[in-house]
Design a binder for this molecule. Structure first.
Ligand SMILES: Nc1ncnc2c1ncn2[C@@H]1O[C@H](COP(=O)(O)OP(=O)(O)O)[C@@H](O)[C@H]1O
Ligand SMILES: [Mg+2]
Length: 345
């Protein structure tokens, strides 16, 4: 976690808060970033989607001045990552995949200490700690050492810490990796609140679903390269959106159901697929309306449905459809990826 004091200058409307051009970072033979271009418009959330080892954390570290890129340029709020690191750091907040609060200190002490490190006067640092603990539902746990916090509480404390300095631009590096679904939803709610309040967010994630929930636009990276970029809906449509999975009460009716759907020619519904071995009918969907139409048609024709559900394409499927190949399984070592290279400021 690196929280920073706020930039005085008001953000320029419609401008890019983050601009990255041809960014390259090598670690020995590994091309962690291999010429990355991306923009994050002010007041929006850019999702950076990619598998383990794609280069997401390296990107965030370069944009936080924790790593010096080998080539290319990057600016945040108009500040150059290499030439203006101090000013840049004052505009950003960073929440890492691995929470880095001080275990022995209480939640309140962690936040107060960060406020003081950011040169806030004592009174303001106290006020900010109280306010953020309240906001992240940690008031009751404020005096307990962070080591006693659950994973979700830790992540919320980490988010709170990144916001002490009211950063104009927030980096969230896999903010929900390893969290259970309930806690994940809590974090999503918080991020949505920050965005509603005007924050610009660069969010890295391995989950299509998370990108869908939070991001306006999506940049997909693999092996240090941007392989797709677009609005979330556009990419989803390219990938095929959700799939409806229907289990008929009588598996013998599967072929008839598939035929009935094909003949009905429902708007935008095509290519349903019967999987007799599993007793399932799979229907690619692009909208909720299509789901209602498909289920309504089958019910109207008198087919009994025992079970149904929808599922999103997995990250593998997204990659498969965008690149025609599976993401490369790099065995990225979280420990080594967390090592910080010293940077002259
Ligand atoms: N400090 C480092 N030293 C050596 N290799 C690294 C370091 N940090 C990252 N890498 C390598 O760079 C690649 C990208 O890693 P990373 O940016 O952590 O990916 P991601 O965050 O998308 O999982 C991986 O192959 C990883 O092993
Ligand atoms: Mg990472």
């Amino acid at each position: 976690m690196v929280g920073m004091t706020r930039i005085d200058k008001n953000p320029r409307r419609g401008a890019n808060a983050v601009e990255v051009r041809g960014l390259v970072k090598h670690f020995g033979e590994t091309k962690a970033l291999d010429g990355v271009d991306l923009d994050v418009r002010e007041g929006t959330v850019l999702g950076v989607l990619g598998p383990n080892g794609a280069g997401k954390t390296t990107l965030v570290r370069c944009l936080s001045t924790l790593l010096v890129p080998d080539a290319g340029t990057a600016t945040v709020a108009g500040y150059d990552v290499v030439r203006q690191p101090r000013q840049l750091r004052r505009t950003i907040g960073l929440t890492g995949q691995y929470a880095s609060v001080d275990e022995k200190l209480s939640g309140w002490e962690n936040l107060y200490m960060i406020g003081r490190l950011l040169d806030l006067p004592r009174k303001e640092a106290r006020g900010r700690a109280d306010e953020l603990l309240e906001r992240f539902s940690l008031t009751e746990a404020a005096k307990r050492p962070a080591m006693q916090y659950s994973g979700g509480m830790r992540r919320r404390l980490d988010l709170a810490a990144s916001m002490i300095g009211r950063p104009a631009v927030l980096y969230l590096d896999e903010p929900t990796t390893g969290l259970d679904p309930r806690t994940r939803n809590e974090v999503w709610d918080e991020v949505q609140r920050m965005v509603a309040e005007g924050a610009t967010v660069l969010l890295t994630t391995q989950y299509m679903e998370e990108a869908e929930q939070l991001a306006n636009e999506l940049t997909v990276i693999d092996r240090g390269k941007v392989i797709a970029h677009g609005k979330v809906d556009e990419l989803k449509a390219r990938v095929g959106g959700r799939t409806l999975r229907i289990r008929p009460a009588d598996p013998a009716e599967l072929p008839d159901m598939a035929r009935a759907l094909a003949e009905a020619g429902l708007d935008g519904v095509s290519g349903s697929q019967a999987v007799p071995d599993e007793g399932l009918l799979l229907v690619p969907l692009l909208s909720d309306e299509q789901l209602t139409a498909v289920v309504g048609l089958l019910a109207a024709r008198g087919y009994a449905i025992a079970d149904l559900g929808t599922y999103l394409p997995s990250l593998d499927e997204v990659f498969l459809s965008i690149t025609g190949q599976k993401p490369t399984a790099t065995d990225a070592d979280p420990a080594s990826a967390e090592q910080t290279e010293e940077v002259a400021a």
